[in-house]
Design a protein around this ligand. Structure first.
Ligand code: FPP
Length: 246
């Protein structure tokens, strides 16, 4: 369990929302909002590193996003390809490890190849990690984990009676990633939208009206400041968390 007093969250997870509205407000096609959203992705990867945040997870494409108009889905895949090609050198230069969560095996082959290359090229870095949630949905992740867990039980690798959150959570996509301390959603929507439902059990939430293309390092720093003022109790009382008077 992270320290209740840590003022810089170890892991910040972000629901990047509002690209479409940003474009609409300017009379631009939705894809232009996503394009500007990619610029923000770059800014926020740098900003989180500079703020000392060790893990950042970005909800880039959900399992539900396939149902968007085909031209938008195609454009998002194109942007992802562009991002992976362009940013790999920066990730290596800045020693940022890339991980993914989600059913990436169902992503287009060119994206899969680029992801694999980037994950391998950055696998030795330990200071900062960027996690891209791609074809991700918490319920799908849960079903996949339950299936893998059942197989491990059937194979005798896990004893059903030893079941616990610690043993089960090893089968989630996030097995090697600490739980998010802070979840941010941009654009004023106040929903979790099937994102890290189990991992965010004790996360703090910050909802900001800023649309993702307009989200800046200062907005991230403000969210971290809000987080630092919260008292994380993990089910305990406020008094239990205070050091005993001597
Ligand atoms: C939500 O805005 C955003 C998305 C569904 C996609 C997020 C993708 C990017 C920022 C670009 C690609 C990502 C990477 C990592 C290269 P919305 O379209 O739902 O906005 P709206 O609610 O205003 O319509």
């Amino acid at each position: 369990m992270p320290s209740p007093s840590a003022s810089i969250p170890t892991h910040v997870a972000i629901i990047m929302d509002g690209n479409g509205r940003w474009a609409k407000q300017r009379g631009l096609p939705r894809i232009e909002g996503h394009r500007r959203g990619v610029d923000t992705v770059r800014t926020i990867i740098n900003a989180s590193r500079e703020l000392g945040i060790r893990y950042i997870t970005l909800y880039a494409f959900s399992v539900e996003n396939w149902k968007r108009p085909q031209d938008e889905v195609g454009a998002l895949m194109g942007l992802l390809e562009y991002f992976l090609k362009k940013e790999l050198a920066n990730l290596v230069k800045d020693k940022v490890r890339l991980l993914t969560i989600g059913r990436t095996q169902e992503m287009p082959e060119n994206v899969r190849t680029l992801l694999q290359k980037a994950v391998e090229a950055t696998s030795s870095f330990t200071g900062h990690t960027l996690v891209l949630a791609l074809n991700y949905g918490a319920r799908t992740e849960m079903v996949d984990a339950a299936r893998a867990y059942a197989q491990a039980v059937a194979a005798g690798e896990v004893k059903l009676n030893d079941s616990s959150w610690e043993t089960f959570s090893r089968y989630l996509n996030t097995a090697d990633i600490p739980d998010p301390d802070l979840v941010i959603r941009t654009s004023g929507e106040m929903r979790i939208s099937n994102f890290l439902l189990l991992q965010a059990a004790y996360a703090e939430f910050v909802f900001t009206p800023v649309l993702w293309p307009d989200f800046t390092k200062a907005d991230l720093a403000a969210a971290v400041e809000t987080y630092a003022k919260r008292e994380r109790r993990f089910g305990l009382t406020s008094e239990q968390l205070k050091p005993a008077a001597t």
